[in-house]
Design a protein around this ligand. Structure first.
Ligand SMILES: [Fe+2]
Ligand SMILES: [Fe+2]
Length: 256
């Protein structure tokens, strides 16, 4: 019961899985990451500074919001893609969208269970509402632009998670968390490839538009980063480096 209450409290989108009940989607089992999660619980329990656990809770809530947003987007597209593409191509992409949805769902479940062990955050510090607003704002009705932005969002997620992994504080106090975060970024890299492939199959976008859309996403992400800057810095995460990498667009995204 307490697990259910916690999950509801930590939800970003409060999305309703029943919305997808008529599809053949099967959620990951809750124990999927058990062997990775349990050691992190131990790290959380033995952490000495409560304020740093609060900062961790803030960082994880921001990431959870990104995961839930990505789940909703890929799940919805797995249902709609069949109307926008030739049947053969749609079949393959739908399969990939389903796989990605499942992975995003798995990331969300893992982060949600970590958050349930971390402190509850005061509304004034909780990035959930702001993140939800921004992720909704980033959506676009043109699927090409929409998925260009999703690829860019996944790129920014990789940058942020990589900086968390590189923090000396995290390395020293939460070495097990590093393993989970590394696994997430590996999967995110494949999501970028699929989103970009989808944009191409829909007819592609000029470099100029890709650049413009990247700026849209980075501008919005910068707002969240400003909001969580203090918490990130207190965990030894270099927010200056995050911002520098967010602004350095093309090299990463076209190289993936
Ligand atoms: Fe993810
Ligand atoms: Fe993703």
């Amino acid at each position: 019961m307490s697990e259910v209450i916690q999950q509801t409290k930590t939800r970003c989108f409060g999305f309703n899985y029943e919305k997808f009940a008529d599809s053949d989607y099967q959620r990951p089992m809750p124990g999927q990451y058990e062997s990775l999660i349990q050691p992190i619980f131990k790290e959380i329990n033995s952490a000495k500074e409560t304020s740093n656990l609060e900062s961790m809770s803030i960082a994880m809530r921001m990431l959870l919001c990104a995961e839930e947003s990505a789940f909703c987007i890929f799940m919805a597209e797995s249902i709609h893609a069949k109307d926008s593409l030739p049947p053969k191509l749609a079949f393959e992409l739908i399969r990939q969208f389903r796989r990605i949805s499942w992975e995003e769902d798995r990331h969300a479940i893992a982060l949600g269970s970590l958050i349930s062990k971390l402190p509850i955050i005061d509304d004034s510090q909780n990035p959930t509402r702001m993140a939800r607003k921004i992720f909704l704002k980033i959506q676009h009705r043109d699927p090409k632009i929409h998925f260009q932005r999703i690829a860019e969002l996944d790129r920014t997620a990789c940058i942020i998670i990589n900086s968390i992994i590189k923090s000396e504080y995290i390395k020293k106090n939460f070495p097990e968390m590093k393993k989970l975060l590394r696994l997430i970024t590996t999967e995110e890299a494949s999501h970028i490839r699929t989103s970009k492939l989808y944009v191409e199959k829909l007819g592609g976008l000029s470099e100029e538009i890709c650049e413009r859309e990247s700026i849209v996403v980075v501008t919005e992400l910068t707002k969240i980063m400003k909001f969580v800057e203090f918490s990130f810095e207190s965990l030894g995460i270099d927010t200056g480096e995050i911002q520098k990498n967010l602004n350095r667009r093309s090299a990463f995204i076209y190289g993936v």
